[in-house]
Design a protein. Sequence first.
Length: 790
Amino acid sequence: MTWLKLGKMHVFLYMMWLWQNISFHVKAANDSLKAGDTLHSTTELCSENRKYCMSFGLIGPRDYDHTYLRIHAQGKIDWVVWVANANQPVHQDSAALLLDHSGVLKIESQYKEPIILYTSPQHVHNAVAKLLDTGNFVLQQLHPNGSKSVLWQSFDYPCDTLIPGMKLGVDRKSGHNWSLVSWFSQSIPAPGPFRLEWEAKGRELVIKRQEQVCWRSGELGKNKRLEHVWEAKYKVVSNEDEDYFELTFSNDGHIKWTLLTTGQLINREGDDIARADLCYGYNTDGGCQKWEEIPTCRHHGDMFVPVQGFPNSNMSSSVANSSYGTSDCHAICWTNCTCTGFKQYYEDGTGCIFFHWNSMEGTNIATSGENFYMLVKHTHHKGTKKWIWVSIVMAIALFVICLSIVHLALKKRKYIFKDRKGKGGEIKMLGLAASNRSSSIKDLEDDLKGHGLKVFDYASVVAATNGFSSEKKLGQGGFGPVYKGILPTGQEVAVKRLSKTSGQGIVEFKNEVTLICELQHMNLVQLLGCCIHEEEKILIYEYMPNKSLDFYLFDCTRSKLLDWKTRFNIVEGISQGLLYLHKYSRLKVIHRDLKASNILLDENMNPKISDFGMARMCTQQDSESNTNRILSINFSCSGYMPPEYAMEGIFSTKSDVYSFGVLLLEIVSGRRNNSFHDANGPLNLIGHAWELWSKSLSVQLVDPSLNEMFDPDEVQRCIHVGLLCVEQHANDRPTMSNIVSMLTNRSATIILPQRPAFCIGRENFDGKISSRELFTDSTEEMTSSFTRES
């Protein structure tokens, strides 16, 4: 009986302990810690808007003794923006963040001393630690009068990542400096060798390696060195209290700059902002600074490049020292004249293995294998008369060859244009048209491989789609069916099989392939490769598990899956993709076939613009374009075609703006533009939207499946902007820069729309507008508000 009582007592005590721990976990599972609360390794704090979360976890291939308290994007634990204990990892099972009743904020772990994040010599009452929507973790004191004072905040101690609200600079009162510091390695967030700082005197950003300046941005606003600054706005503040640089704007709230262990500064897409890793002390290109004399065995132009493959390790040496990172291995190998490459010794990115002299002979460079760095030496020649004359002869020969190629290319292009006139297929491509020397499969494959595109074997494509079986068919595109395929690696792909009678010939095929290869944006579909076999032309895309927008939008049942937040996110994504095409890609791109079926949705319902078969590429300086063909009846009836294109064959970026406006109204209403058949009612959705707008009843346009669960201000702005986009004259339509500003800025001034083009007909199209005016207007810069002169 005694043992039974003891057993019951143990069960009771265990249940009490479990209840207390669960209660602690529940209390901590919001956005705040109050005095006495604890955040354990099994719980997390998430900001109110759910964009950022704080939790304990591993970084890289480390054991459980290397656990860190980190802030990361919600649902993306590898998207770390801040680490609390970068220098002092703890054990995961016993890790806890505690705010005690005296206001001390600390990390506790078994067998280790507490890590104090904040303490005060005086007792602090009513302290609360909160993870804000900005990603800032703030310790505040609540005063009796309702005011708050900040005691400590994570934004004052940046790690390797800069997000909007963080500062780079100095607090003149306290002397505290804000700067980014690279991680020691990809798996160790301890401070590394590179630091990003703000220099107020020159109004520029600098990257230092161990306090030596190796890269400068130049004065902001007066150079183009920061290639991707356009994606974010920033502000510079200089007064007697502070001097700092700060990112201030993000269209989706998830913009970030990260300083890598190599010295690269990248944005969230992985695009380069600064390349301090290419600064060797001898060069000044790209913002690099000179700081030392190079070793006698190295020459101007020599550099280490990251490669993948299987290095020949017959002549190698190693330094199994975990205090060495990538930058240290780089510096040691650079100064050692026998060293021709290196890689990390340990899996966590520490230690060094060096390759010497001819060890690179026999090295296999491949698309798989180990990651390592290989020294690429710049070729040098002695300046003898012999080599001078050889160079002159080669230059003349090269000039003659190039001249002949240009002549043949122009002649070939003229033939193609003449041959295709009236057949519905003319597509001009800068840089591509010149390569149209032959329409043979062999020449086509060579052209595509020349653009670095992977060409798949036809047999593997057939196997991936089960012989293009109907069960694998995802839908029917404008130029042929699309199938779901599974590659031998297990990767799911979308296989677009171009129909032999689709009208998309060699030129259109090369147009779509080459164009998408040039474009890299999160809201554009990614092309993985292609396949050419006899008359078969096949494109391999990333697979979009949620199909296309029209699959949901125009179905009375599935449309309920598109709540307003999702719809507005889709609108923003499409607008960002078009803005990139029109303004920020290397060549201005006009899509010309924007519609709901060409908007694909990924696993998170993020939109990606697809189907570039009809797209037109031109330089940013092109002023006008005209096409010899009118699109097919199906495209015309879909209601996305602007009047100036239907009547005159003139297109510009404003053509895409018109299509975007139609799509915007369709997303709000859940109805197709051409779904109106009442003889006494509006001709189409545009007419219906205009009637409701004129009567101040535009809210009646909203899709009933939303059940009135939407943001009225966002809905009004979408309808307002949509009507501006579908105005009769292209000059009156806003640019995509204007559109993005109006959609994302609640305080933006938006003019009233004019009566739109309800139907496509010459009587509704003013032929007085010139194609030159169309293109002049389409290249305007974004202003704070879109205005029309009276």
